[in-house]
Design a protein around this ligand. Structure first.
Ligand code: FAD
Length: 345
């Protein structure tokens, strides 16, 4: 690495911070500062990890759909450089609440160039043995997959460390240090870490660090729920999206599901757990054997225009913000683009 390589502090060891750190490492002197004792304990640690377009209606947000499609191509590059990714399931079997909705989603996805096909009940049974409650027609999305968010984040950080990056846990950033109009580092409880460039990759925490500098970020948070189950007798082969039930196997065993926050908020979580267990049992005609391990509502960072916030901020030279949803899908693309922005600056 050239002696004059910029010193970059990346705040946050979630999937975005990890991807940015890895893409920059080897080209910059990178330090990742994470307030938690371990990486991926924020939103990333509660992510469903669906990588694909199968949970989207393209016409609802065409610009972000197109960006996500572009982002999917970056996973091949990641795999070529990092080795096999921690993939929990390959392929998604999808049906919506009624067949008309499923057909129209399929038509939209195919028109957008997505590799998806209609499958009938026999093919559905072959793809996922054991299903007893199934529609006449579903969508098969062979290229969609689920990645374990925590494992991918750790993999990226380990690869960044191999290239010389420093990753520090228990390192909450209290403030961005500025001299004149220029970033000079960040303040932590353990002291100041000097930097030429500071990347706010700490999700909603970015606003708290930007506010004292007079900067308002166009971000907000929206909750979603992650559920984990033990289900000894159920071998799920693929991602399954059956109406409002999203289900996938976990690499560590058991099943993972994601859902919207109930209309009565956290008060409705216990009922959501019960109704999800019933829905899984009904799909596979299981009498018991499924237990809820955990259920948690988590605020996802989102941007006002649904496009990633990926920019140097005004008024403070050297301060960059990276906030995006859906972060698992977008992380490899954004990591590359952010590093190009920073190294080209
Ligand atoms: C239930 C659920 C399901 C989801 N499903 C999907 C999906 O299927 N596909 C998909 O692509 N996306 C999905 N998402 C969204 C995706 O998980 C997020 O977009 C992504 O994890 C955000 O990553 P991040 O790195 O920006 O944030 P985070 O993972 O929250 O990382 C930010 C880090 O910054 C740290 N931090 C905060 N403040 C400070 C500070 N002052 N100093 C130091 N460190 C700090 C935090 O501790 C945290 O570790 C889902 C999210 C949820 C909740």
């Amino acid at each position: 690495m050239a002696g004059k390589a910029p010193r970059v502090v990346v705040i946050g060891a979630g999937i975005l911070g990890a991807s940015i750190a890895w893409h920059l490492s080897g080209h910059a002197r990178v330090t990742v500062l994470e307030r938690d004792s371990a990486p991926a304990r924020g939103v990333t640690g509660h992510s469903y990890g669906w990588v694909g377009t199968g949970s989207r209606i393209p016409s609802e947000q065409p610009a972000s759909f197109a960006l996500e499609q572009q982002a999917l191509g970056e996973f091949g590059r990641l795999e070529a450089l990092l080795g096999p990714l921690p993939v929990a399931a390959q392929g998604a079997l999808i049906w919506l609440d009624d067949q008309l909705q499923t057909c129209s989603m399929l038509a939209e996805q195919q028109a957008a160039g997505v590799n998806m096909a209609a499958v009938g009940s026999e093919a559905i049974r072959a793809l996922q043995p054991g299903l007893v409650q199934l529609p006449e027609m579903a969508i098969w999305a062979p290229d969609d997959f689920a990645v374990e968010p925590d494992a991918l984040t750790r993999r990226l950080l380990a690869a960044a460390q191999d290239e010389g990056a420093v990753v520090r846990g228990d390192a909450r950033v209290l403030a961005v240090e500025v001299q004149g109009q220029r970033v000079i580092g960040v303040r932590t409880e353990q002291g100041v870490v000097a930097a030429d460039i500071v990347v706010l990759a700490n999700a909603m925490g970015a606003q708290a660090l930007a506010s004292p500098l007079g900067i308002c970020l166009p971000i907000y948070e929206e909750p979603a729920v992650l559920l984990r189950f033990e289900a000894a007798g159920l071998a799920l082969r693929h991602l399954l999206c059956a109406g409002s039930l999203e289900l996938r196997p976990s690499l560590g065993g058991g099943l993972v599901s994601a859902a919207d926050l109930p209309s009565d908020g956290e008060a409705g979580l216990a009922e959501l757990g019960r109704s999800s267990i019933k829905a899984i049992g009904d799909l596979f005609a299981l009498q018991g054997g499924i237990t809820l391990q955990s259920i948690k509502a988590v605020d996802r960072p989102k941007t006002r225009d649904s496009m990633p916030l990926r920019t140097f901020l005004p008024n403070v030279e050297g301060l960059y913000a990276a906030v995006a949803h859906p972060g698992m899908i977008l992380a490899p693309l954004l990591g590359r683009l952010v590093s190009e922005d920073i190294l080209g600056a």
